[in-house]
Write a protein that binds this ligand. Structure first.
Ligand code: PHE
Length: 337
C-alpha cells in the first residue's frame, strides 16, 4: 500500500507540474481526489486494512491528499501569473487602441433635464408622483367629473375602476397640495400614458412637465411672465409667445400657449400647418374647486398651473418630424444626440 501511495504521489505531482491550463488541472483533481478518484478510493478502503497498518497508511494517504491539493493550488497560481505576463508581453503597441463605446443620455432625458433646470432657476422645486395613479387624483380632485369625455376608455389605460395609468402629470398638483401648505412653487416631470395608437405625433407613453405655483397674489400676469421666460430660454430669446383662451376643468381661466413656429419663424410651413404658430403648453389659474378638494382657502390663495409635453419641445428643438423615432431605439438615431 505504501508503494502504491508513493507511485501515485510521483505521477500526480509530475502531471500537475506539466499542466498548461486550469482545465487540465481540474481533470487531474477529479481523477485523483474526485468522488471516484484513485486516492479517494484508497481512503475509503483503509478501514479494511489490518488493524496495525491502518493509522500509518491513513496518515500517509491524508498527507498525500493535502500535498496534492496544495500542489494544484500553487500550480493554478503559477498558470494565472504566466497568463497575465503573456498578456502584457504580447501587447502590440502598434495596434490601434480599443475604443470603448460611451453611452449618452437619451434626447428626451436631455430636454427634460434642461427644462427642469430652467424652472429650477426660477425657484421651482422638482417633485415626483406615481405613474400608477388613483382615479381620484387623476380626475376627481382635478374637477373632472365621472362623465367628462377625458375619462373615455379610449384615452385612459384603466387597471381597475379606481386605478389607472396617469394620463397627465396634473394629479401631482393635487398630491402636493394635499400635504403642503402655500407658498408652493413646484414642477413635476414624468411619464404619462394615453390609450392612443401611435402616429407621427402620438405614442401611448410620453413625457410631461407640470408646474404649480400657489401663494397670495399669484396672477395670470405672473404665469405669462414665467412661461414667456421659459419659452425664450428653451428656444430663441426672441421667440414670440401667444396665449389663446382655452378650457381645462382644473384651471379657470385656461389658456393654450403657442410659440411662433421655430421652423419658418412665423411665415407658415408644413410643421405649423401654415398658421405660423405651434402649441406647446396648457396652462391657467388653479380652479377654486381644485383648492376646495385639498382644503385651501380660496379667499387667501391663488395659483397658476401649466403642463407641457417634453417630446413636443424636443421635436421642435431638434427638428424631428416623427415622435416614434424617440422610442424605436435605433442607435443611428440616438447616437446623434
Ligand atoms: N394636464 C393638461 C394636459 O395634459 C395640461 C395642463 C396642465 C393644463 C396644467 C393646465 C394646467 O393636457
Amino acid at each position: 500500500m505504501r508503494d502504491r501511495l508513493d507511485k501515485i504521489r510521483a505521477q500526480v505531482l509530475e502531471a500537475i507540474d506539466s499542466t498548461s491550463d486550469e482545465k487540465a488541472l481540474e481533470d487531474i483533481r477529479v481523477r485523483v481526489l474526485g468522488r471516484k478518484g484513485e486516492l479517494t478510493l484508497i481512503l475509503k478502503t483503509i478501514g479494511r486494512l489490518p488493524l496495525e497498518e491502518r493509522p500509518e497508511i491513513g496518515r500517509l494517504a491524508n498527507r498525500l491528499k493535502e500535498e496534492i491539493e496544495e500542489s494544484i493550488r500553487a500550480r493554478k497560481e503559477v498558470l494565472r501569473r504566466l497568463y497575465r505576463r503573456s498578456q502584457i508581453e504580447g501587447l502590440d503597441l502598434t495596434l490601434p487602441g480599443r475604443c470603448r463605446p460611451l453611452g449618452s443620455l437619451h434626447p428626451i432625458t436631455q430636454v427634460m433635464d434642461e427644462v427642469c433646470y430652467i424652472f429650477e432657476r426660477m425657484g421651482f422645486t422638482v417633485v415626483h408622483g406615481p405613474e400608477i395613479e388613483l382615479d381620484f387624483y387623476n380626475f376627481e380632485a382635478l374637477n373632472i367629473p365621472p362623465d367628462h369625455p377625458a375619462r373615455d376608455m379610449q384615452d385612459t389605460f384603466y387597471i381597475d375602476d379606481k386605478v389607472l395609468l396617469r394620463t397627465h402629470t396634473s394629479p401631482i398638483q393635487a398630491r402636493v397640495m394635499e400635504t403642503q401648505r402655500p407658498p408652493l412653487r413646484i414642477i413635476a416631470p414624468g411619464k404619462v400614458y394615453r390609450c392612443d395608437s401611435s402616429d407621427t405625433s402620438h405614442t401611448p407613453m410620453f413625457h410631461q412637465l407640470e408646474g404649480l405655483m400657489v401663494d397670495r397674489d399669484v396672477s395670470f400676469a405672473g404665469l405669462k411672465g414665467v412661461l414667456t421666460s421659459f419659452v425664450q430660454q428653451v428656444f430663441d430669446p426672441d421667440t414670440h409667445v401667444r396665449f389663446r383662451p382655452s378650457f381645462f376643468p382644473f384651471t379657470e381661466p385656461s389658456a393654450e400657449v403657442d410659440i411662433q413656429c421655430v421652423m419658418c419663424k412665423g411665415k407658415g410651413c408644413r410643421i405649423c400647418s401654415h398658421t405660423g404658430w405651434l402649441e406647446v403648453l396648457g396652462a391657467g389659474m388653479v380652479h377654486p374647486e381644485v383648492f376646495r378638494h385639498v382644503g385651501y382657502d380660496t379667499e387667501r390663495f391663488t395659483g397658476f398651473a401649466f403642463g407641457l409635453g417634453i417630446e413636443r419641445i424636443a421635436m421642435l428643438k431638434f427638428g424631428i418630424d416623427d415622435i416614434r423615432l424617440f422610442y424605436d431605439n435605433d442607435l443611428r438615431f440616438l447616437q446623434q444626440f
